[in-house]
Design a protein around this ligand. Sequence first.
Ligand code: GCV
Length: 723
Amino acid sequence: MRPFASCRSVVACCVLLAAASPRPAVEDGYDLWLRYRLVGDSGRLAEYRAALTQLVVEGDSPTLRAARDELSVGLAGLLGSAIPGADSVLRDGALIAGTPATSRLVAGLPLADDLRRAGDEGFVLRALRVRGRQAIVIAGNSGVGVLYGAFALLRLIQTDSPLRDLAVVSAPALRLRLLDHWDNLDGTVERGYAGPSLWDWAHLPDSIDPRYRDYARANASLGINGTVLTNVNADARVLAPAFLAKVAALAAVFRPYGLRVYLTARFSAPIELGGLATADPLDSAVRAWWRGKVDEIYHVVPDFGGFVVKANSEGQPGPQDYRRTHADGANLLAEALAPHGGIVMWRAFVYSSEVPTDRVRQAYDEFVPLDGAFRDNVLLQVKNGPLDFQPREPFHPLFGAMSRTPLIMEVQITKEYLGQDTHLAFLAPTWEEVLRADTYSHGAGSTVARQIRGLAGVANIGSDRDWCGSDFNQANWYAFGRLAWDPGLSSTAIADEWIRMTFSNDPRVVGPVQAMMLASREAVVNYMTPLGLAHQMARGHHYGPGPWVSGGRADQTSVYFNRADSAGLGFDRTASGSNAVGQYFPPVRNRFASRDSVPETLLLWFHHVRWNERLRSGRTLWEELLRHYEAGVDTVRWMERTWGGLEGLVDAERFHRVQGFLRIQDVEARWWRDASVAYWESFSHLPLPPGYEAPAHSLDWYRQLRCPPDPRKPRCETVMPAP
Ligand code: GCV
């Protein structure tokens, strides 16, 4: 077998088909979930047309104009013709939008209680009589509330929902809902799989790509209210005047959509940019430099949000270079930002190969002693799990452990460790699992969602026409935004909305696609890292299997995490091992520590288990492991068949694109299973059960596959040895 021969030809076919197409690619993915196609597959078109006959947006701010534009364009597309604007007569079917301050109609309605519940950014949607006319009202306390409400109403129509008894009050549960771009100033994107950076620094600030506005629209449609433009592996030059002018131009495009701009701050910027001899956070010249720099930023971006900082992590400079603490470093920037209302999001992703303790313990050990030492405008930004965006991790023990420090949770929308551009992996279940996890920090019910003030998602957006590198990757941007607004939403509900908006309301499409999406993440877990294994990817680019990776920095190798030996597999993190389990609050600690109660999904994260040991299922570890790899592969095959059944129900462009990527996933799921099983077999020396699909090649064959180092699409298409 040559694992990549088939995917290469499929990709080539897709490229040729696209080139041969005589008409513009109408379903090229550009419109995301904001396609606004005629409500054709729903019986409600007549109802919608009767309910929406006149558009009355009262007020004239840039944000209210954006709301009006979105409603005009959206409704014209969905209903098949433009609906007229306000005139002197209010008609039945009026759609009225505004705030009590901008709209006399809204101010005259009995919405005070609802508006109080909606808060600063929320909205009210109501069907009610206004001056004797049947109307639909979108009301907010701010322009952005109205804009969010406009998108919510459009979503209801896109998802075929009734409007007759409309009564919605919605307010975001989290104040900070941010995308983190890992975009570099040279146009590359760290862990980006959707083309070069969207930010065209070379042509900014004079040339404004219309995509910037569409990017802001897409974010506003989800309630995302901040964007960090630059990589956490930061470049100080973004703080230089020439770049700040470019940042200001982007901020001006985003502002009407409620999207504030943030930047990453390189800790050594006072040296690199300011010419100082030190970046010591307690040095008065350094403090003055940051104060001056921040004032300069606010001069050009008056609503600048603040900084994200990665310090003393993976080679980045930081306060520890001067024997200062992370709190000293964060407070330095916070002090400069405070007069302007800005914040610091200080990342807790720190670990050092010089520290002998288990890597996953280190952030907790570093930051818990600093609880209470941070200024008020510092938030600690904590990844969802203690390692690094793996297909599955337990929740990070810092959630609930920092009672005097506000936390923001960071998740990765870009699928660095989950098949990158091609593999279908709907991530809402991953995030839902963490958000709902009970930390027990303040007794039962102390879910992670309750311990955080915000959600930051490492963006999966680039300048590919479809923004995200694949049709289904768009669902992860969507799911992130929806969960940031309402962490209580279920993955099922989010998938349902996204499918209806992106593909169709046809139940023959919605049902199967939803089933595929909901099964997809567990499939990836199963064929990559089942039963709590983690970080078994190839070195560096993290694409494809590499359970044998060793050498170099130990705490970034696979063998460090899998601890495979002739006795068994898994990392002992109980009291007899690294005792990382001790960082959780008691009921959780005990559940994870005991072989009788640890969830099977996290077994090898917390325990070293003998190959022949019987698990609660009655099967041995070896049998269970094989079963999970097989289930992962089987699920991908099932997804391929399920998608194949949608031919004719989904437009041909997207049908073939997705089909091609599922073929790649099928080949690569088997690659993962076979390479991993061959490697574990070299320790367990146990036979494969009869009927089990044995690895197609020897372990040596899998080990010698070479992927190019971190290319844009890191498929191993070269140097494939003959079977
Ligand atoms: C931006 C992982 C990734 C790095 C990333 C780092 C981080 O290690 O592989 O590319 O760097 O996380 O979150 O800072």
